[in-house]
Design a protein around this ligand. Structure first.
Ligand code: SF4
Length: 157
């Protein structure tokens, strides 16, 4: 069992039963903090970590457990800017047997060469990657805001 009792993250919001952040019903954790600063970002208030509330890993996990039938999505902001605690949470989500999608403004290739970030990929079933690019905006594509963003299936689930 991970010793996560003292760890905490800055969280903008948690919503339950989302149908737009991956397939099926999902509990979505919107982590605070993003340094990509994409032009046309739909959620610029999430850039500042201080705009989020401090939540312990146990509190976030309790929200996830509260809804036993939903799978889980980490979004933001960009979860990778709080990679240390997000990796621990991802392990716990997988221990619950839930499917995990993660949204990031980084590309998969950038994450794979980053020693601090690549560990999270071990626990991610699906990564939706890339910055939001206004000139590529297309709300008709599933689960993404711009055409440059890609859905990477990292596990057989
Ligand atoms: S990665 Fe997402 S949250 Fe961050 S600036 Fe880009 S669109 Fe906004």
């Amino acid at each position: 069992m991970l010793n996560t009792a003292k760890k905490s993250a800055r969280v903008m919001n948690i919503i339950h039963d989302s149908i737009v952040d991956g397939p099926g019903l999902r509990t979505v954790i919107f982590f605070a903090g993003c340094e990509h600063r994409c032009k046309g970002c739909h959620n610029p208030e999430s850039w500042n970590y201080q705009n989020g509330s401090e939540m312990t890993v146990e509190q976030i996990l309790a929200e996830i457990k509260a809804n036993p039938i939903t799978n889980v999505t980490f979004s933001g902001g960009d979860p990778f800017f709080q990679a240390d605690v997000v990796i621990d949470l991802a392990k716990l989500v997988k221990d619950l047997g839930k499917n995990l999608w993660v949204y990031t403004g980084y590309t998969l290739e950038q994450i794979q060469v980053n020693n601090r970030y690549d560990e999270l990929l071990k626990y991610v079933d699906v990564l939706v990657d890339g910055p939001f690019i206004e000139s590529e905006k297309d709300y008709s594509i599933d689960f993404r805001g711009s055409r440059n963003q890609k859905i990477h299936y990292l596990s057989p689930r």
